[in-house]
Design a protein around this ligand. Structure first.
Ligand SMILES: *Cc1c(COP(=O)(O)O)cnc(C)c1O
Length: 369
């Protein structure tokens, strides 16, 4: 049996350092807003080569607070719109709603990424921002998107929740937009032992506004400048992330080796492999196959002892929760809907052995619809 992502085994592979870090925090008597959080923020900022990182409670908060901070600094009017890709985890769109704005859903390309052409199809005079998602670990075309957004004076927030460590032209994801939001949900490429998130930005005022909003709107204890929220990266998570950050590049390289081997070994006319020659740029948060017979393929693999998942079975325009806000003007998003119908994720854990990868690839090759 090849498991999709054996978190227990993965976290055990960080011991004894990971358990020692947890114990250090337990024994310190200090659990929030302390030295581990500050040290992680500095180390992650250095890793990304971005001046400011603010730890927050989770990825949804990172997205929401970055949008709220930008909206306050740039005085976005009520009813302002934010462009979001139609194929992503729902958090990308929910953050726009929670910040008080309107998501505009754009279709994605054949890599499930937003492009300037697809954003152009939904931009309006009310658009203030765009949130490209580096979905499945593959960088969105940031140079083109930044060029397009600059011409329209739009704020760019990278949703980097699936792409910790990915690079585009030698520059890390998270340093391309005006800000970036990360999640440290346990299953992400850089995962905590619970919830966690961060906002990265080169803009000092934006970083300070996020920090203010995330701390009940207070810089000084009990002096609340604005109505904020409680969203903290706790000391246990920060200490665990500091240990795991040191191995992030090696783990991403291992994921890429798995993906490369799938690319060499999988030969099946009913299965479409991800990215082609473009694959070197991905950190493979997920290895996304596509097949017109996706559900039969998933059943076949389960019977052969291979665990798979679907990311994601419903495109955002079809989510019940988004009908009220988005149906008024959503245009057709055929590619997003096609991804929802055809995508299947193979195991791509950094701990997979070559034998396990070959086992999975041979099981895929035996599939006939
Ligand atoms: C995981 C994820 C989020 C949300 O992160 P949480 O920490 O679970 O709130 C946002 N966007 C994308 C693309 C994600 O994969």
């Amino acid at each position: 049996m090849v498991h999709f992502l054996p978190l227990q085994q993965i976290n055990a592979s960080f011991d004894p350092e990971l358990s020692a870090a947890v114990q250090r925090v337990v024994e310190s008597g200090w659990y929030l807003r302390g030295g581990e959080n500050r040290a992680f923020e500095e180390e992650f900022a250095r890793y990304l080569a971005v001046p400011h990182v603010v730890g927050v409670g989770n990825g949804l908060d990172a997205l929401t607070l970055a949008l709220q901070a930008a909206a306050e600094l740039q005085r976005w009017e009520p009813g302002s719109e934010v462009i979001v890709p139609a194929m992503t985890f729902i958090a990308t769109a929910e953050a726009v709603l929670r910040a008080g704005f309107v998501p505009r859903l754009a279709d994605v390309d054949d890599r499930a990424l937003l492009t300037p052409e697809l954003a152009e199809a939904v931009v309006s005079e009310r658009t203030r921002a765009i949130v490209p998602v580096h979905l499945y670990g593959h960088p969105a075309p940031m140079e083109d998107l930044m060029h397009w957004a600059r011409q329209r004076n739009l704020f760019v927030l990278e949703d980097a929740a699936q792409a910790h460590g990915a690079q585009l032209e030698g520059r890390r994801i998270g340093g391309w937009g005006h800000a970036a939001a990360f999640s440290f949900y346990p299953g992400k490429n850089l995962g905590a032992l619970g919830d966690g998130g961060a906002v990265a930005t080169a803009d000092r005022a934006l970083a300070e506004q996020v920090r203010l909003l995330a701390n009940y709107g207070a810089k000084e204890k009990y002096v609340h400048e604005v109505a904020g929220v409680n969203s903290r990266l706790d000391e246990l998570q920060a200490a665990a992330l500091r240990v795991k950050l040191r191995r992030l590049d090696a783990d991403n390289a291992a994921r890429r080796r798995v993906a490369l081997r799938y690319g060499e070994k999988i030969r099946n006319p009913w299965v479409c492999l991800p990215y082609g020659g473009d694959a070197a740029q991905s950190v493979f948060h997920i290895y996304p196959l596509r097949s017109p017979h996706r559900d039969a393929l998933a059943q076949h693999l389960a019977a052969e002892g291979v665990e798979t998942l679907i990311h994601y079975p419903i495109a955002l325009p079809d989510q019940p929760a988004l009908q009220a806000c988005c149906q008024l003007f959503h245009p057709a998003t055929p590619m997003a809907q096609r991804w929802a119908k055809e995508e299947l994720s193979l195991p791509v854990s950094p701990l997979l052995t070559e034998e396990e990868v070959d086992f999975v690839a041979e099981a895929v090759n035996r599939f006939r619809p």
